[in-house]
Design a protein around this ligand. Sequence first.
Ligand SMILES: [Zn+2]
Length: 285
Amino acid sequence: VPELPEVETVARLLRPLLVGRRVTGGEVRWARTVGGDARRFLAAVRGASVVALSRRAKYLRLDLSRRGADAGAVIGHLRMSGRLHVLPGDAPAGPHLRVKLELDDGRALHFDDVRKFGRLEHVARAEERLGELGPEPLEPAFTAAWLHGALRARRRRLKPLLLDQSFLAGLGNIYVDEALFAAGLNPLLPSDRVRLEQSERLVAAIRSILARAIAREGSSFDGFYRTPEGKAGGYQEEFRVYGREGEPCRTCGEAIVRIVVGQRGTHLCPACQPRGRGARQRRSR
Ligand SMILES: [Zn+2]
């Protein structure tokens, strides 16, 4: 399932292909992808130009304008299996094409989606759709002091809290598990028991893992995620815990275990991420 690094990769690779382009026409093959009303979607985007393409949390945002005036935005969410790519205008549709937008340079944006949970919807005001999101972990406002205060203000276990998009934007199952391992924190630790130095480790872990995963163009673990160029990401080769149940921890050799936390499969090393107050203090190198 695409998380921040995968969506950021899609945004970076699509940006030069889409910004400045005008939508000349389109086709909707699965109305639910565009929110249910294909005619309304096509009317809203036809003739509009893409003036910016950005990522917020796991959403893609294409800001539109028409004759210099604000024309709303298209908000995309890849969900399980959505895939956006730009192809020559005469390229044949794939078997899972849901939406196609024709562009003024003769190419077309294709939204393919095997599982059909993905969305590509037009909204008049993007902020209203994106308003309930927490801070971006790669922005300067995401500091240890902020995280420590925010964790203490809640009383939830770390794993589900970090997955909560209204608390922190962009993290999903893979990167939360990897970040908690890197920080030496147990996924079940109550958030109000996290100390400042643990918050510092967690901020550093989240930032470095996301940056590294973006550099590797994300993780292709479940077979669905591909970059707009059709390539697999590379970060799955660097997983320390995610999907490694029963395999030895690369730090201590203990077997990685999988537990269920808040209905989500959760991977951890029981030695590197012990439960309770005796949590290991990572020694500074
Ligand atoms: Zn370990």
